[in-house]
Design a protein around this ligand. Structure first.
Ligand SMILES: *[C@@H]1O[C@H](CO)[C@@H](O)[C@H](O)[C@H]1NC(C)=O
Ligand SMILES: *[C@@H]1O[C@H](CO)[C@@H](O)[C@H](O)[C@H]1NC(C)=O
Length: 744
């Protein structure tokens, strides 16, 4: 009997089904019925050939079919939602002395866009994880090859000797010094320990900021560390040798903090860059990190964090290990993905940066089918799976117990590591293909995660009570739109490639999982149906031509039901996920803008690339903040400012709907049978009115603002003229046949 209780399996994590799944399924079925009726209506009342309305009718039907199918896909991320929770005390009881090594990768690319002070705050928060320090190694990959970043990291390595004991002693959260100090209000009285650590931080901040302002390192500092001499032979960020500097070597006894405890290993890497070698952006940096870390610490678990995302929860490593080390289910899990969360977002989140429903609802839904995608930050991987290993059923992982570091002095390790990050190292190997992160895709993370899942692994989504990682959200409209352009473009390329869920995933992934991926991979082509809805019904409204059923007709009901039900559900979901009513409205606006601009450009660029006209580029989103811009952000005033073609399109469509509504209403008023006309144009009037209400900040930006964040006059002129032209062209095309319709 004793044996049987001993064998009993007590899991390290728990999976629960989300509440209300049955209600959701019934509700969606009713929407489905409404959609079916709409299709029937469109087919029955299709205008005869020769009718001028036929083309518009067919196109509108096409757009409705697209939206229906897309809606059907979005069911997949809601159908089978689950939540996960962990039991960290069990992990600790069973494995406290056998915990695996964890290698943490942080990538930065440009010291002006990603200030070194922000980067080291992230690094310090990660070094301060509640985890045995000798098993923790933090690597910074600096693709900017900047001596300022190196200097900041060196300063951070000194500061960590005081910071880590302080975090342990007072068990503080969050452990990013800047974020922690900002939570302490000025009025409370402070301990001497607080004052002294704050003083040290302020000194470090001052040193780093002074160096950043000067653009160089003070001479007396240069002699402090041998690493600085590497920059004697750096000619530019795009042309230099590999630099590897182990700033803290966690193996050696002198790497101790002020309390005599070991410090985590800390490594600076700037891989070799040469003008005639393609460096493959972030994927290239990650692959260099994988190799260099395998030579230095070789932790079996890899955590990847963006340099602007500090750790808000010092227990994240332990949470992730509850999944990976679970004796029964852990062996099939390749990675544990945390949601991307943000700090400093205004109450109503005007740019929809939180992606609230994606992280609160949809990713948990994907988890029900085989796992969330890898989203490039806040993700714990097994080293093997990231390096291309296939899942073998029944195979168990043996965690490397104890901590056998590579032998050799720091200098030797640095020398042997350098080779691994040279340009020529990957030549003729499978790196960037079968091994490591996949190259040649603007969303290297998503495609890499997908490949891992196609090799048989599952992934896990974990939304802890206290958010694991917090980043800085984009705080202008353009940043948001550009970021989404890259995402939608990359996602669409994956769908069309041979690595997509419908190609490579065929037979390897569950159908629900394939559909769930398509929700994101189809973002870009989604623009077409939306554009169609924003152009055709309003132009017909302008001419007084109805293309939806009239209010008194029984076919009006399915339209009304689908519109009301779908939007109420979306609002409900948003509020339940912690949002506000105004936040939801803002999210609808961003939904529209993304489709009008980001996805359209993403779509066009993908098509051009397919035809061989364009090449990849990688836009980093700026993380430095102009004080004026951030003031407007805090007041939730939309930031335009730049003369981007994206704004021209958005403004054109806003003007087009405005003209159409005015023109349509004028017809209704002057028409003898005004009410009947209004009744048959009702849905078009409603559509344009909502579009106009959503676009209010656009009209404001065009005509009623004079700060720097307004829409530039040139954009206003261009878009107004384009809208007028569109109306005129369409009138001419329609003119010839419209009167026929009236006669009928
Ligand atoms: C971050 O951690 C703090 C505790 O340190 C917690 O109060 C907060 O809810 C967490 N999340 C965010 C978004 O700040
Ligand atoms: C967050 O907002 C506060 C006050 O608005 C500001 O001082 C701080 O720098 C911001 N933090 C980040 C990371 O942008």
């Amino acid at each position: 009997m004793g044996a049987s209780t001993h064998d009993e399996y007590i899991p390290l994590f728990e999976t629960k089904q989300a509440k209300g799944r049955t209600a959701f399924r019934l509700f969606s079925s009713s929407i489905f019925a409404g959609i079916a009726l709409i299709w029937i209506y469109r087919l029955i009342y299709m205008p005869k050939s020769g009718d001028s309305l036929r083309l518009a009718w067919i196109m509108l039907f096409g757009a409705e079919v697209w939206f229906s199918l897309y809606w059907f896909l979005t069911l997949s991320v809601r159908w089978n939602r689950i939540h996960r929770s962990t039991f960290k005390s069990r992990l600790s009881q069973r494995y406290e002395h056998k915990l695996p090594g964890v290698d943490i990768f942080v990538c930065t690319a440009d010291p002006t866009i990603e200030p070194p002070l922000m980067v080291i705050n992230t690094i310090l928060s990660l070094m301060a994880y509640d985890y045995p320090s000798e098993k923790l190694s933090v690597y910074l990959s600096d693709d900017g090859g900047s001596v300022l970043t190196f200097y900041a990291l060196l300063e951070a390595s000194y500061f960590s000797k005081h910071w880590l004991p302080y975090c342990r002693k007072f068990n503080i959260e969050p452990r990013s010094p800047a974020a922690y100090f900002s939570t302490i209000s000025n009025s409370v009285s402070k301990s001497t320990e607080f004052l002294s650590i704050k003083k040290l931080y302020d000194e470090m901040e001052l040193n780093i900021e002074t160096a950043t302002k000067l653009g160089r390192i003070p001479n007396e500092v240069r002699t402090q560390h041998k690493g600085f001499s590497e920059w004697d032979s750096v000619s530019s960020p795009r042309d230099h040798q590999t630099i590897v500097q182990i700033l803290i070597d966690g193996r050696v006894p002198n790497a101790l903090d002020t309390e005599g405890c070991t410090l985590p290993t800390l490594v600076y890497l700037s891989r070799e860059k040469r003008p005639n070698y393609h460096h493959n952006f972030k994927a290239g940096a990650m692959n260099a990190l994988i190799r260099v870390s395998s030579n230095v610490s070789d932790g079996p678990v890899i955590l990847n964090v963006d340099c602007d995302m500090y750790s808000n929860n010092s227990e994240s490593v332990r949470d992730a290990l509850c999944f990976l080390m679970d004796e029964q289910k852990g062996h099939e899990i390749a990675f544990v993905q945390y949601p991307q969360c943000f700090t400093n977002v205004t109450e109503n989140d005007i740019y929809g940066s939180l992606l609230r429903t994606i992280s609160k609802v949809e990713l948990g839904g994907m988890d029900g089918y085989g796992g969330p995608p890898y989203i490039g930050t806040g993700c714990f991987h097994r080293r093997e799976t990231l390096c291309g290993e296939k899942y073998v059923k029944g195979r168990k992982f043996e965690w490397k117990i104890g901590f056998k570091r590579k032998e050799g002095s720091v200098i030797e390790l640095e020398e042997t590591s350098k080779m691994l990050a040279n340009c020529i190292y990957e030549k003729g190997t499978q790196w960037g293909n079968e091994i490591g992160l996949k190259y040649d895709c603007p969303v290297e993370d998503v495609i890499t995660g997908l490949l891992i899942q196609c090799r048989g692994w599952i992934s896990v989504f974990f939304y802890p009570e206290r958010e694991g990682f917090l980043g800085v959200p984009p705080n202008t409209l353009l940043q948001t739109l550009v970021q989404h352009k890259r995402w939608s473009e990359g996602d669409f390329q994956i769908l069309l490639s041979k690595y997509g869920p419908l190609t490579n995933g065929l037979g390897r992934m569950k159908i629900g999982h394939q559909m769930a991926y398509c929700v994101y991979l189809l973002w870009a082509p989604n623009c077409l149906a939306t554009l169609f809805f924003l152009i055709v019904p309003p132009l017909h409204l302008l001419k007084g031509v109805p293309i939806f059923p009239k209010v008194s007709c029984q076919w009006f009901l399915p339209f009304a039901y689908v519109i009301i039900a779908a939007n109420s559900y979306s609002l409900f979901e948003f509020i339940v996920s912690g949002g506000t009513l105004k936040g939801w409205w803002n999210e609808q606006r961003i939904w529209l803008f993304k489709r009008e601009a980001s996805y359209l450009f993403g779509f066009i660029e993908t098509m051009l690339k397919l035809l061989g006209f364009a090449k990849s580029a990688f836009d980093i989103t700026a993380k430095v903040v102009d004080p004026d811009v951030s003031q407007r952000y805090e007041k939730e005033i939309m930031e335009f400012g730049a003369s981007s073609p994206m704004f021209t399109i958005i403004a054109t469509l806003a003007m087009l709907n405005l003209f159409s509504l005015i023109g349509g209403l004028k017809r209704v008023i002057t028409d003898l049978e005004g009410w009947t006309l209004l009744e048959s144009l009702f849905l078009q009037v409603l559509l344009s009115s909502i579009v106009i209400l959503i676009n209010l900040p656009v009209y404001q930006g065009m005509f009623f603002r004079n700060d720097m964040g307004r829409i530039p006059s040139l954009v206003t002129i261009k878009s107004t003229v384009s809208a007028i032209l569109l109306c005129m062209i369409y009138s001419i095309v329609l003119e010839s046949n419209v009167h026929l319709l009236y006669l009928n």
